[in-house]
Design a binder for this molecule. Sequence first.
Ligand code: PPS
Length: 284
Amino acid sequence: SEDMYIHYHGMIVPKEAHSSESLTFAQEFVFKDDDVVSATYPKSGTVWMQEILPLVLTGGDLTPIQTIPNWDRAPWLEEKRLALVVDQLTSPRPLVTHLPYHLMPQSFHNSKAKVIYVMRNPKDVMVSSYYFHQMAGFLEDPGTFDEFMDKFLEGRVLFGKWTDHMKSWRCSELGDRIMYITYEELVQDLPAALRRISDFLGRNLSEETIQKIAKHCSFNTMKANQMSNFSLVPKIYMDSDKSPFLRKGVAGDWKNHFTSEQLARFTSVIRKELKGESFSLPWS
Ligand code: PPS
């Protein structure tokens, strides 16, 4: 298991997608003012944003989502693929990252690049991650749900503790360069969420375009899109028979997994770690 992960600033990241070169490449990456990056803790809506951003930024052009796999059309800043595709990206460039705010490269701070931070109920994040560890051949077996909860709460999981990630981006002092949105908002009213996103990015999209984009980034459309459903990934890396990447796509699936004891334990740890923070969250 040790050889599955790289240790990076106290966090673990999977070697399958990351290398010390890719992490250095991220640190040396030169942000442009019109770049748009979606920052997420893993399993919070990253791949959804890889669908949404290209559609919003092009005003609804379907070509990117129908011809380019998600990992190349809106690459992860810290992953190996970026160096290979960076020259093919056209501005405004959509990017995603799981890095916490304090590990963003210097050029990001010097630029005017905008950020959309997507947050999700941490209980659903944990459930999604649990299934992801079962299907991904490049991740450690999660153990029992109870064991995985301990790892999650202690931050012995990809990109560290959920609360640390959250706090780093919530306290980012990026002013109007950052927009916060929740996975639950996207689930509840996708067109409304798309309007918020397009307004933030200065795109004036017609209602017709918003509806068109909403249709193409719905769970079912994405699940049927080869360029977005990870079916291009060999089974040894991702086994969708064990659990598909686009698994359930709902808010509140934790209710089908947590015992009342686990709920109490989880809630008390998260509350304690967020005590005294100036922001409030829609969960817990
Ligand atoms: S990763 O590995 O960090 O990139 O994963 P990430 O994309 O952040 O999170 C995966 C979860 O997002 C769900 N998802 C969606 N839900 C609703 N609608 C759409 N269109 C959509 N696209 C992705 C995906 O199903 C994972 O959640 P779960 O709860 O496991 O279904």
